[in-house]
Design a protein around this ligand. Structure first.
Ligand SMILES: *Cc1c(COP(=O)(O)O)cnc(C)c1O
Length: 478
């Protein structure tokens, strides 16, 4: 396949606009000379070529609308099309964020009500929808914790992060200038309480905890964990990207956490991945409300308005109000499912993961043999006997038309294979996947070379991942 630059023919264009009837102004009357570009290296293609190029590229992609996508920790679940319909209503798409509040009452009402729903779902006092993604929500959360301690004139420099945390947690902490201290896991795959006690002190902001953790396990000592951190005046942060597994069953606000970020683009639909927009709202308890980003959407009588009047606010973390389209989808999803529906979604995520876990357990080594939440983690221990590794298994799955699970993460499991089936898959899909996994387990035993050289049906087989990232060659030789 050619690059779009190679398809370029000088002089071709995909737009044809009528002559302007309001007169022309020379560019140098608008911009200083030094700012005017002499050349712009863009491809010139006609509309047909342009559409075909990008359609062809899109068909080489894999998405959840094409097949099962069991990417652990990422909740690649099916996103109902009605959400897209609602998000594309012109009443939402054609409004401008600088409109006066009175002219965008509907959008502000949706914003306000979505915050209310998320408060109810998580058990927190207030929510800000502003952050644009999970990691951005984390960074916002850490900024809130920082502002809280600065306001109290307490100098705290460290933050505790368990081994089983998502990789974005230490990154968010570092971004805000904190030193991260790693907390060990115990033999059950949960936070080691002794190690937590040893490291939690008055120099430490608190703990960032993913619950359920990245092993797909619920931290059953959560109350004790919160007590230990609170005892030293610290705060407990919940990475709530996996909230889909707890919907309607338990609330992080009730578990003792002080704040949370959610991933609307995982738990509350919106297909994610591929760099599309996301939304990572932050929920906080009473202590942290004064520091939330502005504007806050308030309701005065029947009128909704944006309120900038918060002296201690950390300010803005995103232009305007965040990624509004994602919020419309999440709002539609929550309204369509209702409380009972959300609970069933949560229960199904756990049921599906446990079903897969039980079915695959005889064939693959299970990292922690106990009931899981929304995902389960295997290792390649049994396959290593035949010289086959996790990477080989993941590559072989591509030949059977599946997206590979998350692999080699979490790092505390050697050769991890992390499977999250999500709540939207049917038993039939799960059974078909199990059948293929068993087939691969047998191939590892009988034809290990076949698995070690997989994939055999893909256009791209195995790439040197480091070289590919450092020195990308986007051209495709067929
Ligand atoms: C996906 C995920 C994140 C990061 O979310 P992004 O929207 O990709 O920035 C953080 N924590 C956990 C546990 C996640 O699964």
């Amino acid at each position: 396949m050619k690059l779009i630059f190679e398809k370029s023919v000088p002089g071709q264009s995909s737009v044809s606009l009528p002559e302007s009837d309001i007169g022309k102004i020379k560019i140098d009357q608008l911009l200083p000379k030094s700012k005017i570009r002499k050349e712009l290296d863009l491809p010139s293609v006609n509309e047909t070529d342009l559409v075909r190029h990008y359609t062809e590229l899109s068909q080489r992609n894999f998405g959840v609308d094409q097949g099962f996508y069991p990417l652990g920790s990422c909740t690649m679940k099916y996103s109902p099309k009605v959400n897209e319909e609602m998000a594309s209503l012109t009443g939402f798409t054609q409004i401008h964020p600088l409109s006066d509040d009175v002219d965008v009452q509907g959008a502000l009402q949706l914003y306000y009500e979505l915050e209310e729903f998320l408060k109810e779902i998580t058990g927190f006092t207030a929510v800000s929808l502003q952050p644009a993604a999970g990691a951005h929500g984390e960074a916002t959360g850490v900024m809130l914790m920082k502002a809280y301690f600065e306001d109290r004139s307490e100098k705290r420099t460290k933050i505790l992060i368990p081994e089983a945390a998502h990789g974005t947690n230490p990154a968010s902490s570092a971004l805000c200038g904190f030193e991260t201290v790693t907390i060990k896991s115990n033999s059950q795959g949960e936070v080691n309480l002794d190690d937590l006690k040893k490291n939690m002190n008055r120099e430490t902001v608190g703990l960032m905890l993913t619950n359920p953790n990245t092993l797909g396990l619920f931290e059953k000592n959560i109350k004790k964990i919160c007590q230990i951190v609170h005892h030293q005046g610290g705060l407990v942060y919940c990475d709530g990207a996996n909230m889909n597994s707890m919907l309607g069953v338990t609330r992080p606000g009730d578990q003792g956490f002080d704040l949370i970020q959610l991933n609307l683009h995982k738990s509350f639909s919106t297909p994610h991945g591929g760099g599309g927009p996301g939304s990572g709202p932050v929920g906080v308890n009473k202590k942290l409300v004064p520091y939330l980003p502005v504007p806050r959407v308030k309701k005065n009588g029947n009128l909704y308005c944006r309120d900038y009047n918060h002296e201690k606010s950390i300010g803005k973390v995103k232009t305007f109000m965040g990624n509004f389209g994602v919020m419309v989808k999440a709002y539609t999803y929550i309204r369509a499912l209702g409380g009972k529906g959300l609970k069933r979604a949560g229960q199904n995520s756990v049921l599906n993961a446990n079903y897969l876990m039980k079915k695959l357990k005889p064939y693959f080594d299970l990292a922690f043999d106990k009931t899981c939440m929304h995902e389960c983690v295997f290792s390649d221990k049994k396959q290593q006997l035949y010289g086959v590794t996790t990477l080989d298994i993941a590559k072989r799955l591509l030949d059977y038309g599946y997206h590979a699970p998350t692999i080699y993460f979490p790092m505390i499991v050697h050769g991890a294979i992390m499977i999250e089936p999500t709540e939207t898959e049917s038993k039939r899909t799960l059974d078909e996947f199990v059948e293929v996994m068993i087939k691969i387990a047998n191939e590892c035993r009988t034809k290990p070379e076949l698995v070690k050289t997989a994939p055999h049906k893909m256009l791209v087989t195995r790439v040197d991942e480091v070289a590919a990232a450092r020195n990308p060659n986007l051209k495709w030789e067929e």
